[in-house]
Write a protein that binds this ligand. Structure first.
Ligand code: NDP
Length: 243
């Protein structure tokens, strides 16, 4: 049975990497959680208290909205959403299957917008809430074989700042977290082996990359500020990441 808990936080992409690490951290801090991703068992296995885990593809707007309603019914109004789910399918623009471009645009941009849609009207009505969008340093600068991924992350940077301005009069915070390379499953979905190998070499050359837990701490820091304080944007990379 649930006892008292801190307000509800929604985390998309909670089945691995940054989302999973953030789920653990915010649960330790006592928050009720709605965890979303396609792999239900990975989220259930965490065994976190006051947590509803649902298999939702964030490109399915209706399913996402229904999941939020279900969680709010159980835990009360959502205080924050961490729009973290994303895919990175690196490729050379001349040879990459454009269905991979569609996938990145669908998840990283449309899916993130679905997350925003699911919570914004309620937050504006309550004049309270926090939207945390996980962008990337690739939303500020370019990298080899990243054309479409960079496009999606520049979209996140731009739409987040515009959203921040639009929601500021309603006392709703919009925070953008822009990590450099982090050790997660992200690269594993790229289908071009030579590009994957090159990326892994790059990671090694810089002496290893950030841990997902580090990004969770950064998210936790920004969120833990008082509602009157908005940490607008954090770019966080390994010190030895030169680009
Ligand atoms: P992971 O691949 O480890 O995690 C991605 C998460 O997104 C998984 O939980 C996955 O769950 C979920 N996801 C993917 N597609 C969907 C979908 N359609 N619907 C719901 N959930 C989905 O990568 P990271 O933790 O690294 O990535 C998290 C975010 O951080 C991404 O936005 C990424 O772009 C960003 N980022 C990562 C960096 C890195 O170097 N790792 C650097 C900069 C930014 P499932 O497959 O179960 O659906």
């Amino acid at each position: 049975m649930t006892s008292t808990h801190k307000p509800l936080v929604i985390i998309t992409g909670a089945s691995s990497g940054i989302g999973l690490a953030t789920a653990k951290l915010l649960s330790q801090r006592g928050h009720a959680l709605l965890l979303l991703s396609r792999r239900l068992e990975k989220m259930v296995q965490l065994g976190l208290p006051n947590t509803l885990a649902l298999a939702v593809d964030i490109t399915d707007r209706e399913a996402l909205v229904a999941a939020v309603a279900q969680a709010e019914e159980r835990f009360g109004p959502v205080d924050a959403i961490i729009n973290n789910a994303g895919v990175m399918l690196l490729g050379s623009i001349a040879t990459q299957d454009p269905s991979q471009w569609d996938r990145m645009l669908d998840v990283n941009v449309r899916g993130l917008l679905n997350g925003i849609f699911a919570v914004t009207s309620g937050m504006v009505e309550r004049k309270h809430g926090t939207i945390i969008n996980v962008g990337s340093v690739a939303g500020r600068k370019t990298f080899p074989n990243h054309v479409v991924y960079v496009g999606t992350k520049f979209a996140v940077t731009g739409l987040s700042e515009n959203l921040r301005q639009e929601l500021s009069p309603s006392n709703v915070r919009v925070i953008t977290i822009e990590p450099g390379a982090v050790d997660t499953e992200l690269l594993s979905h790229t289908t071009d082996d030579a590009i994957k190998e090159g990326y892994n070499d790059w990671k090694q050359e810089m002496g290893g990359v950030l841990a997902a837990e580090t990004i969770a701490e950064v998210i936790g820091f920004a969120y833990a500020q008082p509602q009157s304080v908005c940490v607008r944007e954090i770019v966080v990379c390994a010190t030895r990441q030169e680009q």
